[in-house]
Design a protein around this ligand. Sequence first.
Ligand code: SAH
Length: 396
Amino acid sequence: MNDNFPKIVLKSGKDQSLKRFHPWVFSGAIKKMYGNVNEGDTVKVYSNHDEFLGLGHYQIGSIAVRIFSFDDVEITDNFWKQKLEKAYRLRKLLCLAGNAETTAYRLVHAEGDGLPGLIIDMYNKTAVMQMHSIGMYAIRTMLAAHLKEIMGDELEAVFDKSAKTIPFKADIEAVDGFLLGKSEPGVVLEYGNKFKVDWQEGQKTGFFIDQRENRRLLQNYSSGRNVLNMFCYTGGFSFFAMRGGARLVHSVDSSAKAIDLTRENVEMNFPSDARHEAFVADAFEYLKDIKDKYDLIVLDPPAFAKHRNALSHALQGYKRINARAFEQIRTGGVVFTFSCSQVVSKEKFREAVFSGAAIAGRSVRILHQLTQPADHPVSIYHPEGEYLKGLVLYVE
Ligand code: SAH
């Protein structure tokens, strides 16, 4: 089967991770490529002993092949449709697809849904597709059409937002745009809270869906507290805090656009509520001198390390901001602290936060260990997919 696909043979011993269903082939593992292999091509991967290992998309870079099938099956349009159907059925099971109270969710989470290189987020009836590989980019129109067949009335538009995420763009003139239908930036719901999401211009696919359950948890800790929402972006943690009965909420972000969005969103949910104020400021500057103003602090920075070689710098960053929060938070205060860097492991993040606590010399206890929600599933064979890490800490 699939004999027309170029063949890639791995070096001796480099087949082990694929046999354990890890979906990445690193370029250093390749012994030989047969035929003319171009970026985005589907390739067949074999061990040094000519055993079939998997089918995947080839890409120039450190991850050379992203495997989408460990079985030697025929790769037809229907193969992709079935993958999308499975992803959709899981979101139905999670009561996210078709939910009236929460209308933003992740429909496809790359490796976590057996679709490496592909992210699809739903905002009401608009699907925002973000491709991270040329192989997925090449089949985007077909995927969009299948999505419509699967979702019917639940889908009105598909927006392709890959211009900034596909690699080696030099050869491809990627322009963001609608693949199907049309829609305007709109208001989505998360547990009944309203968010304005601009999927065309906003960060990532427009919104940080992955913090949904953590924002909701914050609500339970907010009653009567003075809350600092650092790195607030669209203000999500802020209005969950307000809903939970916070005394005051300060939202801070270095981007003026983010602060405008936060103000707009808070106003939509809590019109003329004087408890909320938002400031444009750099986190490190702002945290220098907050004294004991706050007793609930959220630290949700952007990925400090996007690549492995930036790791130690990133860990220093986590240590520093957490130390600042621990030094100044009131006794009995609670810190929600996060890392969304894929290259920072749970253990490394915890160490950095613990070093921050030690610098501050406070008693710190872990109340919750947080991660991403179920619509961002992690293949048990691909632990790298668990990128969001969080701790809720009680500080005395
Ligand atoms: N907590 C948000 C997501 C945070 S994304 C949510 O629930 O949706 C990270 C945010 O950090 C971005 O909005 C970015 O503008 C902001 N940011 C990046 N560097 C910063 C800095 N040095 N100081 C303050 N904000 C920063």
